[in-house]
Design a protein around this ligand. Structure first.
Ligand SMILES: [Zn+2]
Ligand SMILES: [Zn+2]
Length: 96
């Protein structure tokens, strides 16, 4: 998988979880922020016209393997920090 698939060619920001990818009629992918700004409605990559009806959300499950691994790592990390803090708080709390 090339990294081009993960970047919006307009803003060159990597698609994060909250920044969804959208396909237009020609098959090129942009983020919704940039699609809203494009005027007239011509694909910036191939200049093909598209209408709002052509915009479809691209599947979200297209994270690369490394991104997915990082995401899972974060979840595990947060879970352990949370659990550890909970145990520490119980240990420190004074007995009444
Ligand atoms: Zn964009
Ligand atoms: Zn295009």
């Amino acid at each position: 998988m090339s990294s081009d698939d993960l970047d919006c060619p307009v803003c060159i920001e990597q698609f994060a979880h909250r920044r969804l990818r959208y396909n237009i009629a020609c098959g090129h992918i942009f983020c919704l922020d940039c699609l809203a700004k494009i005027s007239p409605r011509l694909c910036l990559m191939c200049r093909k016209a598209y209408s709002e009806g052509d915009i479809t959300q691209a599947p979200v499950a297209s994270l690369s393997g490394s991104e997915l691994a990082l995401f899972v790592l974060y979840i595990i990390l947060f879970y352990f920090i949370d659990a550890h803090d909970g145990m520490a708080a119980k240990r420190i709390s004074p007995r009444v």
